[in-house]
Design a protein around this ligand. Structure first.
Ligand SMILES: [Zn+2]
Length: 259
């Protein structure tokens, strides 16, 4: 997980149709508060607005086509994910669903990310744990700024201050890191395996670089050095998949990456 820089310009139709739809939802809520909290009434958020091609395209650009949580490369195949769940919220697995969710953020640019279906649909779902659930904003008059959220927000926080990597395995640096690893299952077997295979490949590049350095008179060795250097330089860029894990592996000279 790495920091995401969202575009300062909010893509259409969020500032137009999205703003109108939000207003209608807020009015509907104020007229039927009880019914929305009991679940008798629910919001029918308009997918055509928040998954609009322009919104998705901007997210793909801002996130380099990667999932905002696991850094898998997904291109435009990812989901438009609501950071604060729009339909219902859960503090923890097994806890009751809190309705009606963060309905007023359904079309909020700051609340939208590109996420892979594994992170969004299988792991995160409606989870949005807070240190103190009493601080939760329960309707559009609530203040999300006052919430003591536990999930790392990739555009508000620096994820690398909360989650570190030892080889392919993510570890917590802070309580927010711990909650995020747990909710998003960032050490899920399939994901960790994929990360490990990628780091093993980078380790080979690193070894080539280390072992060919003394042999600069050899043309093939020089070419290998140039290629390996380029591959490792690219691997730490925000454009590369699993860049946080790659950065940690290079900093620790691949000592935690098995051969
Ligand atoms: Zn993901």
């Amino acid at each position: 997980m790495i920091r995401v820089q969202k575009s300062a310009t909010i893509p259409e139709p969020l500032p137009t149709k999205g703003k109108k739809a939000r207003k209608l939802d807020c009015t509907a809520y104020s007229r039927n508060v009880e019914a929305f909290h009991s679940g008798e009434k629910t919001f029918k958020s308009d997918r055509n607005i928040y998954t609009h091609a322009k919104v998705k395209r901007q997210l793909v650009i801002d996130q380099y086509g990667k999932c905002c949580y696991c850094e898998r490369r997904i291109g435009d195949k990812g989901d438009v994910e609501h950071f604060r769940p729009k339909g219902a919220v859960q503090q923890a697995s097994g806890n009751p669903l809190i309705k009606p969710g963060y309905y007023w953020l359904a079309y909020d640019w700051n609340n939208l990310y590109l996420s892979c279906s594994v992170c969004n649909q299988h792991h995160k779902q409606n989870h949005f744990p807070l240190i103190d659930p009493e601080t939760r904003a329960l309707n559009h008059k609530g203040k999300i700024e006052k919430e003591s959220r536990l999930i790392i927000d990739p555009s508000q926080d620096n994820p690398e201050e909360h989650i570190g990597f030892r080889g392919a395995s993510a570890y917590e640096i802070t309580p927010a890191g711990k909650a995020t690893i747990s909710v998003l299952q960032l050490n899920d077997v399939t994901l960790e395996d994929d990360r490990l295979n990628y780091l093993k490949y980078l380790k080979i590049c690193y070894k080539i670089l280390e072992n060919s350095r003394k042999d600069t008179g050899n043309l093939i060795a020089r070419e290998l050095i140039a290629d390996a250097t380029q591959l490792l330089d690219e691997a730490v860029q925000p454009t590369a998949k699993y860049s946080a894990a790659a950065r940690s592996a290079i900093e620790t000279q691949f000592q935690y990456v098995s051969d």
